[in-house]
Design a protein around this ligand. Structure first.
Ligand code: ISL
Ligand code: CA
Length: 562
């Protein structure tokens, strides 16, 4: 196929780098990463070749959920700096040709937000209807599940109003009442404030949950207690997104990516079909949840995930956006374990190769790639032994819940070594100095001891490092429309060891071959003859080609013109 001009967009061609400010770089020795820290590393960010930076929330917040509980959308969290710092950061990024995405959390606010402080005072308060309430005289509220509540109960009784308020997340994160048009107008005002400042778009936190059936019926049986799916099917969701687009996004050259928990591939397209005028892209959860046994908490599952299933997920999602809309792709973020631990192999002999393989994958698919900080150097899970090392409300709550029930805490802690969100939140590893060069003080969460050998300073000097490979791979994607827009076609779909596919644009056809195992694997190249000259990138020094066969080294990744 070929690409028509109107279908080309900067956000389809861009590579996103996600920064978790709390853990990126501390500038003042208080152990917490901050905006001045990011500013001090702008040249590093530029050197990666990325085009767009997504910042996790930096607004004023009591940090019950690390900034996802916002108490003032118009100011910066003092721990992170000031609005002046933000302006310097914004300008510094723009000067370097890098765009910035803000994380916008509008399904809920902090309970310390002025709106909620007022709302909770009385039923006649003008802000009362900014939130969802279940009056106590109506009896016990219908079951709603909360992600971060010790009892998984999303209703919390409030004395002054004699009513329960709704909180899908923690008790300090009350859900906003989107059914109230005043709330929607306030949200659009906030968005315009940031866009007028010059930011380039938003990552919209759990945007799929904003619309609610406010009669609060019992959840119908056919949802099988799959709460996220029920939450994502609010009656007015598309209407609100269209309104948001009309009132805000359509007035700016900006991009929007929604975090769409609970959306499946069969109802996905309308969110990002340009004709429906809602969002530009969204994140699905099929891949990151794959292989987990979903019960009380995230368990890694008893057997290793299967490559065939992994391919099916990405191929299926590729098909959704084949003609219309556009996809996003990620294998890790601040809510997920480290990608090399989860999808590659963080044992020393395989770590670098598998980290490079995963980066090759992310940067050669037909979707906008989102790369989480630290994945460019192959940072791995820290695997805390003790609950005391954890800082994340999710882990701490689940621990408490299991403890209350007399459950198996050892098993839980073992599982968290693989699945916990804090694995991705340990400080960025700049060097082998004290605290990995992240802070001159005491970090808010422990530094991974492997920083002694996994760090930016060491990798800068090594031509074969993950970091330098990442830069070459970015360079290849940026100069190759076939990697961005080309059709994707799976090759040898039943192969349980090798993930291979072609990308095809006009007369260019590229073959991507990824050995997802720690063994030498022969790969038959169907229908093509390969020569060394065809190889465009490779994460080993050599590619062994024997006529129609590649002899792939453990975690070898090869892209070749065919
Ligand atoms: O992290 C998860 C599971 O471990 C998800 O269920 C997560 O809660 C969900 O993806 C929503 O995530 C977003 O909203 C949360 C916040 O804690 C996450 O960090 C954020 O990415 C509440 O705002
Ligand atoms: Ca600091």
């Amino acid at each position: 196929m070929s690409i028509d001009e109107p279908k080309k967009k900067w956000w389809k061609e861009g590579i996103v780098y996600q920064i978790y400010p709390r853990s990126f770089k501390d500038s003042n020795g208080d152990g917490i990463g901050d905006l001045r820290g990011i500013i001090s590393q702008l040249d590093y960010i530029k050197s990666l070749g990325v085009d767009i930076v997504w910042l996790n929330p930096i607004y004023a917040s009591p940090n019950d959920d690390n900034g996802y509980d916002i108490s003032d959308y118009y100011s910066i969290m003092p721990e992170f700096g000031t609005m002046e710092d933000f302006d310097v950061l914004l300008e510094g990024l723009h000067q370097r040709g890098i765009k910035i995405l803000m994380d916008m959390v509008v399904n809920h606010t902090s309970d310390e937000h002025l709106w909620f402080q007022e709302a909770r005072k009385s039923r006649t308060n003008p802000y009362y209807n900014f939130y969802h309430w279940w009056p106590a005289e109506n009896g016990t509220p219908p079951k709603r599940f909360s992600f971060f509540d010790e009892k998984s109960d999303a209703w919390k009784f409030n004395e002054a109003t004699n009513a329960y308020y709704l909180h899908y997340f923690s008790v300090k994160q009350p859900d906003l009442n989107w059914e109230n048009p005043e709330v929607r107008q306030e949200v659009y005002k906030i968005m315009k404030f940031w866009l007028d400042k010059g930011v380039d778009g938003f990552r919209l936190d759990v945007i799929s949950f904003i619309s609610k059936d406010i009669s609060f019926p019992q959840i119908p049986d056919h949802y099988n207690n799959d709460f996220p799916r029920y939450y994502a099917e609010g009656p007015q969701l598309h209407e609100y997104l269209q309104e948001m687009n009309r009132e805000v996004f359509s007035k700016y050259n900006c991009m929007s990516v929604g975090e769409c928990v609970g959306i499946q591939c069969n109802n996905a397209l309308p969110f990002v079909d340009a004709d429906s005028r809602e969002l530009d892209m969204f994140f699905h959860f099929d891949a990151v949840n794959y292989g987990y046994a979903m019960g009380e908490f995230k368990q890694p599952g008893t057997e290793r995930w299967k490559l065939k299933g992994f391919k099916e997920i990405f191929s299926k999602w590729n098909d959704v956006f084949k003609e219309k809309g556009w996809g996003s792709i990620y294998l890790g973020n601040h809510d997920q374990p480290r990608m090399v631990t989860r999808w590659g192999n963080d044992n020393v002999p395989f770590r670098n190769a598998s980290a490079k393989l995963l980066l090759t994958f992310l940067l050669s698919m037909r979707a906008t790639p989102y790369i989480y900080q630290g994945d460019e150097i192959g940072m791995a899970n820290i695997r805390f032994d003790s609950i005391d090392d954890y800082r994340d409300i999710e882990t701490i709550n689940m621990y408490q819940q299991i403890k209350n029930k007399g459950g198996d805490l050892d098993y839980f802690l073992e599982s968290q070594k693989i699945t916990a969100r804090d694995n991705a939140r340990t400080p960025f590893q700049w060097s082998d100095e004290a605290q990995a060069g992240f802070t001159s003080g005491h970090p808010w969460i422990r530094v991974n001891p492997d920083a002694a050998h996994i760090n930016v300073t060491a990798q800068e000097k090594d031509e074969n490092s993950v970091l330098n490979y990442f830069r070459r791979m970015i360079d290849l994607r940026k100069k190759s429309p076939v990697l961005i827009y080309g059709d994707y076609e799976l090759v040898d779909k039943d192969n349980e060891e090798v993930y291979a596919y072609t990308r095809n644009l006009n007369n260019e056809k590229w073959l991507i071959v990824l050995n997802f195992t720690n063994e030498v694997v022969p790969f038959f190249i169907p229908g093509f003859m390969l020569s060394q000259n065809d190889v465009l990138i490779n994460n080993y020094n050599d590619v062994i080609i024997k006529k129609h066969n590649l002899e792939l080294q453990p975690y070898q990744a090869v892209i070749a013109r065919v």
